[in-house]
Ligand binder design. Structure first.
Ligand SMILES: Nc1ncnc2c1ncn2[C@@H]1O[C@H](COP(=O)(O)OP(=O)(O)OP(=O)(O)O)[C@@H](O)[C@H]1O
Ligand SMILES: [Mg+2]
Length: 379
């Protein structure tokens, strides 16, 4: 029996709530349940459409009759069973005569009620593109790094000459002219600041180590609380058992400071709230460019705010440099975040709607063969 579409709603104590099977059946995302032998036990209408087979036909076959057995989807399903935990793969290609070639984001989770069974959602290519857009922060970061190196090289030296000359002139200038000399120096400082921010984009070797992310968050919270977010509520929602992350402490501080600053600038000064959270998620894996390897990024750090959400017209280019809606904004914060995240082999995603914007950073664990003495190092 297809539990998603064939079951009559069961009376429950929560009589006001819709039946959960009816909800799954109404979802536009294909959802199937596979039994321990990978036979289809259930499929919602979106899955019937995805596989172009009715549930009564799907019920006669197993997954391997639809998808070649060497597909990574089977590895994902086995992993869910082996770890008894959810696993995701954001970048899977399913190839078969029936499906042709389809890019999907697959998510599998165990179903405790049915031993060995796995609930599988397959988000098709166009939806997975949303994630692509989130991943395009890598491309944005590459473009910016060449420009940064050029800018830093060409601008910094003449600029310090200009500033020095204005400082010298100031000593012998009249009252009125002195004001102009100060203006030149201030503007030169502003340009130097901008160039120094841009310099962060250039490709420098990065040192990674085991970092205590709660110590980093605490540091960021203190800087924010004493400065730009002193008027706001900052809530901490941490998983204290989280192991160290593999990354660069300074980069992580830069990333989180930029995210918290954006959140602080977005929320209402009267009732703005920023939530910093950490959690362990089994499932997140990303492909390493140019290799078949997939990196496991189970350590999640989120910065959430209750502001109005990201404006529609900046969403598509969110991670690119010089994209800003703020008066006086440089539009460099998120471009820098993108660069520093990519340098650490991590992933950043953003979900935003009015009243709730979340930037979610997924980080790797330290390599398994790291000496135990380094594991507790907080740098
Ligand atoms: N939490 C948020 N809520 C709403 N909009 C946001 C949020 N974070 C970023 N944005 C939008 O993304 C744009 C780009 O952010 P980014 O940090 O790159 O630049 P900026 O904050 O405008 O300037 P800079 O960081 O260089 O001072 C912002 O101008 C804003 O429109
Ligand atoms: Mg910013």
């Amino acid at each position: 029996m297809n539990i998603f579409t064939r079951r009559k709603p069961q009376p429950t104590p929560d009589a006001g709530l819709p039946d959960s099977m009816a909800v799954i059946s109404a979802l536009p995302v294909p959802v199937v349940v596979l039994d321990a032998e990978n036979r289809f036990c259930s499929a919602n209408p979106a899955a019937e459409q995805f596989f172009q087979l009715s549930f009564s036909s799907l019920a006669q076959i197993s997954l391997k009759e639809l998808i070649p057995e060497d597909s990574r989807l089977f590895a994902l399903v086995d992993q869910v069973r082996g770890q008894d935990a959810p696993v995701s793969d954001h970048d899977l290609t399913l190839e078969s005569p029936r499906l042709h070639r389809t890019g999907v984001a697959a998510h599998g989770a165990p179903l405790p009620e049915l031993p060995g069974a796995v609930v599988l959602t397959l988000q098709d290519g166009s939806k997975a593109q949303k994630l692509d857009r989130q991943l395009n922060f890598r491309g944005a970061a590459r473009g910016a790094s060449a420009m940064a190196a050029m800018l830093a090289h060409e601008v910094k030296n003449p600029l310090s000459g200009i500033r020095g000359a204005a400082q010298l002139l100031e000593q012998s200038a009249s009252e009125d002219d002195r004001e102009l000399c100060v203006l030149i120096q201030d503007e030169a400082d502003r340009i130097r600041n901008l160039v120094e921010r841009m310099e962060m984009f250039s490709d420098r070797p990065i040192e990674q180590g085991a970092v205590n992310i709660h110590e980093v968050l605490d540091h960021v919270r203190r800087i924010a609380g004493r400065g730009f977010a002193s008027h706001l509520r900052i809530v901490e929602d941490y998983d204290p058992s989280l192991p160290p992350v593999w990354g660069n402490r300074d980069f992580l501080i830069q990333i989180l400071l930029n995210l918290v600053k954006n959140a602080a600038e977005a929320v209402d000064p009267q009732n703005g709230e920023i939530v910093l959270s950490t959690a362990y998620h089994h499932g997140v894996r990303i492909a390493v460019p140019g290799s078949k390897e997939r990196v496991h990024l189970p350590l999640q750090v989120s910065v959430r705010d209750n502001g109005p959400g990201i404006e529609e017209d900046v969403r598509a280019t969110l991670w690119e440099p010089f994209v800003t809606t703020k008066q006086g904004g440089q539009g460099l914060g998120l471009a820098m975040v993108a660069k520093l995240v990519a340098d650490q082999g991590a992933l950043i995603e953003c979900d935003s709607r009015p009243g709730r914007t979340v930037f979610r950073l997924s980080l790797p664990m330290p390599p398994a063969d790291l000496p135990a003495s380094l594991e507790t190092r907080t740098e």
